[in-house]
Design a binder for this molecule. Structure first.
Ligand code: PRP
Length: 220
């Protein structure tokens, strides 16, 4: 077996990975034991299938690895897909996990008097500058985005800007930071993503994996 025979599946670190594990098990994919250790520095993992390996990377990087063909398949939220809009990515399957929403939020006291209908320019802290700019441009609002990679909820209290665009799941992080959701930009779930070229050149193996994930999702 050469490295070129290996199919690489890129998975996101963090909370989505917990929801993904039953799906992997349902597909009969058993990663090597080190995969279960969140603190392991290892990034590439063997599985029970000799030609299938898993890489564990940041969620935004899953899309990049798959778009450039370094990984054949991956799992990414439609938040990531909307932000990058890579034409090389095909997302054939909603895995129905990682359910959350991409929302605009601001401090509770500001929300009492704010009228989003009157905005013409806003400044927003976000990990999603492209989605945010597109969303607001569609209704004639210019969004100036300050790119952060995490802890967006701190931005209003430290005076970086008054509004944020971020993922909201339970709402606990917003509440803990005195923020309220004022608008939903998109509903988010995780998708199986595939490199379009790999779908052609490795059709048998990639197609079989898509079918296996699809059967498990349908049965859930
Ligand atoms: C996400 C998101 C929010 C939080 C929302 O961050 O960026 O901060 O979850 O979840 P909640 O509504 O249930 O509180 P995550 O914990 O995934 O880490 P990250 O900041 O590294 O993206």
């Amino acid at each position: 077996m050469t490295a070129n025979d290996t199919i690489i599946l890129a998975l996101p670190k963090g909370r989505i990975l917990k929801e993904l594990k039953p799906l992997l098990a349902g597909c009969g994919i058993v990663p090597e034991p080190a995969f279960e250790d969140d603190k392991a520095r290892q990034l590439l993992f063997a599985t029970n299938a000799p030609n299938l390996r898993i890489v564990r990377v940041r969620s935004f990087d899953v899309a990049t690895f798959v778009a450039f063909g370094a990984a054949h398949l991956g799992v990414a939220g439609n938040d990531v897909l909307m932000e990058f809009d890579y034409p090389e990515l095909y997302s054939p399957l909603d895995l129905k996990i990682g359910d959350c929403r991409l929302s605009v939020a601001e401090p509770q006291d500001l929300s009492q008097e704010d009228d989003p209908g009157k905005w013409s320019h806003i400044r927003v802290a976000t990990k999603y500058p492209e989605v945010t700019k597109r969303h607001f441009a569609a209704r004639g609002v210019q969004a100036e985005c300050i790119k952060l990679n995490g802890a967006m909820e701190l931005a209003p209290s430290l005076g970086l800007c008054r509004r944020i665009v971020d993922l909201v799941s339970s709402g606990a992080t917003l509440r803990a930071n005195g923020l309220v959701e004022i608008e939903t930009i998109a509903q988010i779930t995780s998708r199986l993503i595939v490199n379009r070229a790999a779908l052609k050149t490795r059709h048998g193996e990639v197609g079989q994996l898509i079918d296996r994930f699809s059967e498990v999702v349908d049965a859930a």
